[in-house]
Write a protein that binds this ligand. Structure first.
Ligand code: NDP
Length: 339
């Protein structure tokens, strides 16, 4: 299959790219700069331009940003849209989070409908952020599944960056499903809703300082920042980036994934468990790690929401990696960039 992958320089997209190539697909990925595109190509120098190439899309929030990128020869049959801001370092929620997420999503769908009629499947990286009702807290009596939608409002979205990020994912995914319903395009949609994503970074695009948001807690633990107090875990469910990347590719390949939303989690984790795994496998960091009596980082005492990940296991046939394997490999990849 010939695939357009947006945001190929991202943490998750780098793994999606790897699996697409392994599965024999031909990939064009969008990046924001020539430099990032060239780094991706040189890390995959055994593939020809017909198997892997890039195009520049500088800012997905611009109207028509994808108009040129969706056109290719041979034409695309699938699009995987991962590009969207995931960080909390913003002063203007509307411009820096909501616009790129929402306009980026509706923009790519519009461009496909207009200029890429051969596309049959679109896969979008949404998030558990579009499922969770954060105002309910740990909500022990509730089981989250694909029928849940984050009820966040436009007004709440601009209250703070955390709300802004969750709203950006919620509104973008809703806009995608609305597009399918209203525009009845030639393609079907599948959305991926992972909670916290952990796992190895690809060394050729990364640095410890510029690390993607979801892995920063692992870096911080390794760097001794949880020694006297372990920070709160926040979201208590997770998935390994390689398992999530495989879900993206399977959701593109499998007919049965058409027009389905997938809640993709391997299960519970806590920051305390991450620190324990680091200590067990990397004794060189022991000095900076918390001990069994260090406060913080544990599960909430009153209990926690449950999760139902049956759909992704049944429809995509996924088996999830363990937290231990994921953390061991994450730390190994951080060492490759200087941890
Ligand atoms: P990264 O920050 O590594 O990747 C984000 C990607 O989006 C980068 O390629 C980035 O480009 C691109 N991007 C962001 N804003 C723009 C813009 N305005 N114009 C063009 N490109 C842009 O994060 P992840 O890989 O973690 O995130 C990928 C997707 O997964 C996002 O949609 C995120 O919401 C979702 N997700 C992530 C989770 C996680 O825990 N990691 C959990 C749930 C969902 P550049 O590198 O050039 O800045």
């Amino acid at each position: 299959t010939r695939v357009l992958l947006t945001g190929g320089s991202g943490f998750i997209a780098a793994h999606v790219l790897e699996i697409l190539l392994q599965h024999g697909h031909s990939v064009v990925t969008t990046v924001r700069t020539e430099e990032k595109g060239n780094k991706i190509l040189s890390a995959h120098s055994s593939y020809g331009k017909d198997q892997l190439d890039f195009v520049i899309v500088e800012d997905i929030a611009q109207e028509g940003a994808f108009d040129k990128a969706v056109v290719s020869d041979p034409p695309f049959e699938a699009v995987i849209h991962t590009a969207s801001p995931f960080h909390f370092n913003v002063t203007d929620v509307q411009k820096q989070l909501l616009d790129p997420a929402i306009i980026g999503t509706t923009g790519v769908l519009r461009s496909i409908k207009k200029s890429a009629p051969s596309v049959k499947r679109v896969v979008i990286t949404s998030s558990f952020a579009s499922i969770i009702d954060a105002f309910k807290g740990n909500w022990p009596e509730h089981t989250y599944d694909e029928s849940d939608w984050n009820p966040i409002t436009k007004e709440q979205a601009t209250d703070n960056p955390a709300n802004g990020y969750r709203a950006s994912k919620t509104f973008a995914e809703r806009a995608a499903w609305d597009f399918i319903e209203q525009e009845k395009p030639n393609f079907s949609l599948a959305t991926m809703c992972p909670p916290l994503v952990l796992g190895p970074i690809v060394h050729y695009l990364n640095s410890l300082e510029g690390l993607n948001t979801s892995n920063q807690r692992v870096r911080d633990i390794v760097q001794g920042k949880a020694k006297t107090e372990i920070p709160p875990t926040g979201t208590y469910i997770w998935v390994d980036v390689r398992d999530l990347a495989l879900c993206h590719v399977l959701a593109m390949e499998k007919d049965q994934a058409a027009n389905k939303r997938f809640f993709i989690t391997a299960g519970y984790f806590s920051n305390k468990e991450i620190a324990e795994i680091v200590g067990k496998h990397y004794p060189q960091y022991k000095e900076g790690l918390p001990t069994s009596s260090t406060p913080g980082g544990d599960y909430p005492e009153g209990g926690l929401y449950k999760y139902n990940n049956e759909r992704v296991r049944k429809v995509l046939g996924i088996e999830f990696r363990s937290l231990e394997e994921s953390i061991v490999d994450t730390v190994k990849s951080l060492q490759a960039v200087g941890a």
